[in-house]
Design a protein around this ligand. Structure first.
Ligand SMILES: *[C@@H]1O[C@H](CO)[C@@H](O)[C@H](O)[C@H]1NC(C)=O
Ligand SMILES: *[C@@H]1O[C@H](CO)[C@@H](O)[C@H](O)[C@H]1NC(C)=O
Ligand SMILES: *[C@@H]1O[C@H](CO)[C@@H](O)[C@H](O)[C@H]1NC(C)=O
Length: 179
């Protein structure tokens, strides 16, 4: 390996570690809304601050029409500048197809990584159960954001629409700040 290349790698890892130290994500809010209460509704949806260093997000969506054999998820990232504006992504993924091949969509893969350990959605269709995200901690989110993709500071919101049989059924918005 040539010296210049090694130096470049060193420089990048230095910048990376500085970014990693300086960026810190905090949840500020979560909003869950059913658009079709005959299809699904939320039993709970909240952020809990246990103490200064331990904060987590939990939610449960009860599904009344099971099984679900056709599910799409639309996700978009917003950044606040005079209100929340679309910032980077606007992706709609066929969740059933994605679950069968997680490499098929890298952006979806990036977002899926946030919740895969803390939710019950990591399996192929059909979905025969309610949806749960259990104690997704701020530390796990921080680890993802700072280690995987450094974002600029600011207030952000991730808006997700859960679309079953091509009808928008529920919306989940997660708000947070990166400092
Ligand atoms: C915060 O709460 C968690 C879980 O109860 C605990 O493990 C941790 O030690 C607490 N941290 C502080 C700083 O009190
Ligand atoms: C994302 O794209 C869809 C389809 O093109 C559109 O309906 C939706 O409004 C877009 N969302 C955002 C946040 O721009
Ligand atoms: C998700 O499911 C796949 C396939 O069953 C499995 O290989 C993987 O370990 C699971 N990931 C998590 C985080 O549970």
């Amino acid at each position: 390996m040539c010296v210049k290349y090694k130096y470049l790698i060193f420089l990048f890892s230095l910048i990376y570690s500085i970014l990693e130290i300086s960026s810190k994500f905090e949840f500020t809010n979560v909003e869950c809304k059913s658009l079709d209460k005959n299809f699904a509704d939320f039993e709970y949806c909240y952020i809990k601050s246990v103490n200064r260093s331990y904060k987590y997000l939990s939610l449960k969506a009860n599904v009344f029409k099971k099984p679900i054999t056709k599910l799409k998820v639309n996700g978009a990232l917003f950044k606040r500048l005079n209100g929340y504006r679309p910032f980077m992504y606007n992706v709609t993924v066929d969740a059933c197809r994605f679950m069968d091949n997680k490499n098929s969509n890298p952006v979806a893969g990036y977002f899926f990584d946030f919740i895969k350990l803390n939710s019950n959605i990591n399996h192929s269709c059909p979905y025969t159960h309610d949806f749960i995200v259990d104690k997704l901690s701020i530390d796990e989110v921080n680890h993802r954001i700072t280690n995987v993709l450094p974002f600029p500071e600011g207030a952000y919101m991730v808006e997700t629409h859960w679309i079953a049989y091509d009808i928008d059924r529920v919306v989940v918005k997660v708000y947070g700040t990166l400092s």
